[in-house]
Write a protein that binds this ligand. Sequence first.
Ligand code: LAG
Ligand code: CA
Length: 476
Amino acid sequence: DATAAATGNGEAVVHLFQWTWDAVANECTDFLGPRGFGAVKVSPPQEHVVIPYAEGGNHPWWQDYQPVSYRIDNTRRGTAEEFEAMVSTCADSGVKVYVDAVINHMTGDGSGTGSAGTEWAKYDHPDLFGDGGAGYDRADFGPCYEEIADWNDKWEVQNCQLVGLADLDTADPRVRAQIRRYLNDLVDMGVAGFRVDAAKHVPEEHIGAILSDLHEVPVFGGRPEIYQEVIGDQTIPYTAYTPYGDVTAFDYQRDISGRFANGDISGLAHLPDYGGLSDEQATVFIDNHDSQRYHPTLTFKDGDRYYLATAFMLAHPYGTPVVMSSYDFGDNVTEGPPSTGSEPGNPAGWITEDADCSDSEWVCEHRHPAVAGMAAFRNATGDTPVVQRATDGASRLAFDRGDRGFAAFNASGGTWNLTADTALPDGSYENAAGSGTLTVADGRVSARVPANGAVALHVGGTCDDSAECGGGTDPG
Ligand code: LAG
Ligand code: CA
């Protein structure tokens, strides 16, 4: 029921990359819940390696992708108490918490002390839950102990080491049980979903076995949402993983970000099943924390065109959208989040300054005026079909979403003076992808769509309550 969906929270996800648990909780209350975002994806919550960063006190962001144990206390984002408080605070605002679950591997080479104080070596993770009851040793890894060499060999991709990370033997029932315990501990705390990191590097039937007995999610009910990180190719297609949950549509990411970068969007009203992933199976995104560093087709650094692409993603029904929210890493792909991690007593490089959208180091893409109101648009339009209403050259596109919404996208440097038919009921609507009010009269809408901007109107978006619709705060 689209009317109910408009008042509750929907499916749009925001990835608050590297935000502290306290900061995420505040954002759920202040912004994500009231705006109708359905879930927040958070950085890996398990104990991680601590890697000194030679060029300063900022430990690299990627230490989080090297688990030392499955304890969730004392990561750089906070304590276990803060994590649990975040989950319940977000639930109070109708926002689910999705965890980035690192289950393919543990640490890389070397040895050390993890962020919560657990000693580790590459094939020795002696205390997985902080109770001395379970650990991994060499026999829990493998069967391959070398780097993936041939990416056309499915067995190697799934069993050998990704960037030198000790690869867990996920065929082993004991290993599966430890991973499942970790995930179920999180579910019992109220975590409602998982992004499965490096899922392609875990044989698909192993994923199926590990996820088969997950607990019911408190508060929201049902089984956890799953989206598996797979960069599909001829060796391992995306569809190998669809029996076990949703799958990241990197083909969408590359195509849509490339088309918006190039101003070639007029053909996007009807999208293919990217990589064979149906609307129901695809997780979609314009960029993620890896692509924005290593293959930056379109990121916050590109300004308006990037936000336009994000607005489009939220306006189009294909897939489950994940909005990236970043900190500014300049030209340094290793740089960690803003912190004072070098100070005494802060060896894990804790983020000591909470993410704050008035602080220019935290970009807060999700609060941009082109994006902030679009979760409400998505919620109001539900599953209504796309009906193309206008194009103008290669870089302009307008469509209806049934009789629930109308949106126009202008990936060109000049204003688009548009008049189009729409099934949206006559009335006055707030622009959910920018500012101002537009009128629908006699089944027609006239709009001045700004250069590299959008207009998006939806039922329920008449802005009697300004907190519920259009126009975000400029993150600066
Ligand atoms: C992922 N998905 O499949 C994550 O999205 C990606 O961010 C992770 O890589 C990767 N897989 C492992 O979870 C990140 C960094 C890597 C980093 C790795 C482990 O992009 O650069 O590797 O996390 O921390 C680092 C060094 C490597 C080294 C490795 C092991 O950069 O040079 O070989 O650690 O010591
Ligand atoms: Ca593996």
